[in-house]
Design a protein around this ligand. Structure first.
Ligand code: ATP
Ligand code: MG
Ligand code: MG
Ligand code: MG
Length: 575
């Protein structure tokens, strides 16, 4: 590519609203342009990065035996009604109507559609296992779409769905995807960690997230440096706390007066003294009869149960009572009907929320029936330092759940997520097949997401300096940029730059020749901002001594190389 035939438009300033560095730098580098909140045009330079990410993802998915198809962005509401998520998904699901007043959604994910495909296409055990995937635009009407491609409303996801004859098969498919993800994130050139995770509104029981390690990440990961243990804090938090606080055999519904629990009831129930300082407590119960209920006590700041009891906290609800749907939605930032899945929990079991409860099984290997699920919410919505400090108090340096060593904490960005789903969707949509004995059986499923566009942003959060982006080579928009100094004046410079450009192109290197005749300072600063891993400077002065200059984006010093060895040196530097 020659810069004169391309579109490069960098900006001195980032927009004021850009809070995170990837948003600032992608905008300044001219990689994205905002169309509306959380909705961006991928400009030519940005699109090159996204395509490279997609290619790596596609190659490894294909290598793992997954089969690509492409499902529509617009999906009929009927399928979502069938799965129950029309009600459960809440405001993140963008609902639209056609001219006949029929309901549709813009897909936030594709479980419903792929399960519909499976029930129509798969009839026999002979067709299983099979894993379908697509790389497609998603839409989620995120509450706070303020981080550029990190949390867009419209974004690109690779989502894959595995179909198996039985649970053992589905878990094997899960492991294959886990392996493929390890390869993908390694190939992308990112520092990452696979962590045990919460299953969110998708449901299911086994789940891992792939987290790109970055100081600016929204997620907190606890891990044991001496073992394999790693978990998203949302999950890690629930493990030890549940184990500590669980009171098997107790029943909050029974100790509390109908509709309201006193501080004493809750303290007794949780086996904590009234002097305990809490931020908020959220309990959910499922009584023997009737729907699940959430008990809620919301605090902003630290208060003891005693203070609450004595009504010393202004504006606070005294004691516990059933939360309204609006309060639940506000507190969790979640969707109405979010608690639907806990109906599978046995009566009178207590849960923080359905997903944490399910995670507890995985981390602690405990049997759900032995526990009441109780959690203290340490204020996910509180200002960052305070929340982090609290979390550190809870887990950093604590013994690890696996009995080996102590825990450490890191921040991460969720770039991939694998779930074992079981029959959640196949049961709802009646996706069955005939097994070897000719009997109908329900298909076992798994689903596997990768945030393609988020990866571009996460790579920057992890790799940047005060000059700009530092792309890992596998996803850099260009691998090498040739910067001729004096392009307009010197024929030797032009010829040398052109020759090197052609030679690199012949070897399949993604190279850009900056033939715009810009001043060196301007040109260098622009390519440092854009983050191309290697710059080759071709100048008349160097050429007089028979040398070119190589500047790796990550290194502080440039190196001079002889003209005859330049090509080899460039190739060597790229490896
Ligand atoms: P988050 O916790 O960040 O909201 P999620 O758990 O809701 O993400 P999943 O449903 O697991 O997301 O979707 C699979 C992948 O899609 C995520 O791991 C993430 O990389 C990506 N993703 C999810 N939401 C967004 C978004 N708003 N913008 C960009 N990528 C996203
Ligand atoms: Mg989300
Ligand atoms: Mg998540
Ligand atoms: Mg997720």
């Amino acid at each position: 590519m020659r810069a004169s035939n391309y579109h490069i438009n960098t900006l001195k300033e980032a927009p004021a609203e850009a809070e995170v560095v990837s948003h600032q730098l992608m905008t300044r580098a001219g990689m994205i342009r905002k169309l509306a909140g959380g909705i961006y045009t991928y400009m030519p330079l940005g699109l090159r990065v996204i395509r490279k990410i997609e290619n790596i993802v596609r190659q490894e998915m294909n290598a793992a035996g997954a089969i690509e198809l492409l499902m529509p962005v617009v999906q009929p509401a009927e399928l979502w009604q069938e799965s129950g998520r029309w009600v459960q998904y809440g405001p993140e699901l963008l609902r639209i109507k056609d001219r006949h007043d029929r309901d549709f959604v813009l897909q936030p994910t594709s479980e419903e559609v792929i399960t519909d495909i499976a029930r129509n296409e798969i009839h026999s055990w002979r067709q299983l296992p099979v894993n379908f995937y697509h790389i497609q635009t998603k839409f989620r009407d995120e509450r706070r779409p303020r981080f550029g491609l990190m949390r867009g409303r419209e974004f690109t996801m690779k989502d894959a769905y595995s179909f198996d004859r039985d649970e053992a098969g589905a878990l094997a498919s899960y492991d294959i995807m886990y392996g493929a993800y390890m390869k993908i994130f390694t190939r992308l050139g990112l520092e990452f960690r696979a962590v045990a995770a919460d299953t969110g509104s998708i449901g299911g029981t086994r789940s891992h997230e792939f987290q790109v390690i970055a100081e600016t990440g929204e997620d907190l990961i606890v891990y044991n440096p001496d073992s394999q243990y790693a978990a998203n804090i949302e999950l890690a938090e629930s493990g030890p706390l549940i184990a500590e606080r669980a009171a098997p055999g107790r029943d909050l519904e029974a100790v509390a007066t109908p509709g309201a629990a006193k501080c004493e009831d809750v303290a007794a129930f949780l086996k904590i003294p009234l002097e305990t300082t809490v931020k908020s407590i959220v309990l959910a119960t499922e009584p023997a009869e009737g729907p699940a209920r959430i008990w809620l006590l919301l605090l902003r700041g630290d208060h003891t149960l005693n203070e609450i009891k004595a009504a010393k906290v202004p504006g606070l609800k005294q004691g516990f009572r059933f939360a309204t749907e609006a309060e639940i939605v506000e507190h969790f930032g979640c969707k109405p009907g979010y608690l639907g899945p806990i109906k599978t929990v046995k009566p009178v079991h207590v849960v923080v929320d359905s997903t944490v409860a399910m995670m507890h099984d995985i981390v602690c290997g405990a049997n759900r029936e032995d526990f009441h699920y109780v959690g203290l919410n340490w204020g996910r919505d509180l200002p960052e330092p305070e929340a982090v400090a609290d979390l550190r108090n809870v887990v950093a340096g604590d013994p690890a759940p696996d009995g080996k060593g102590t825990l450490a904490i890191q921040r991460g960005i969720e770039v991939g997520h694998v779930f074992f789903l079981g029959t959640k969707y196949s049961e709802a949509l009646k996706a069955t097949f005939l097994d070897e004995s000719g009997k109908p059986a329900t298909i076992q499923m798994g689903c596997y997401g990768i945030g393609v566009t988020r990866i571009a942003a996460a790579a920057i959060e992890q790799n940047h300096d005060d000059k700009g982006i530092i792309w890992p080579r596998p996803i850099a928009p260009f691998e090498v940029v040739i910067c001729p100094v004096g392009w307009g004046k010197s024929e030797t410079v032009r010829n040398t730059a052109n020759d090197l450009y052609e030679a690199l192109r012949e070897r399949g290197i993604d190279v850009l020749l900056d033939d715009r005749d810009a001043r060196p300072g301007v040109m260098f600063a622009e390519w440092e901002l854009i983050g191309v891993p290697l710059r080759v400077t071709v100048g008349e002065r160097g050429l007089k001594d028979g040398v070119l200059e190589l500047q790796a984006r990550r290194e502080s010093e440039a190196t001079k190389v002889g003209l005859d060895e330049a090509l080899d040196q460039v190739l060597a530097k790229l490896d």
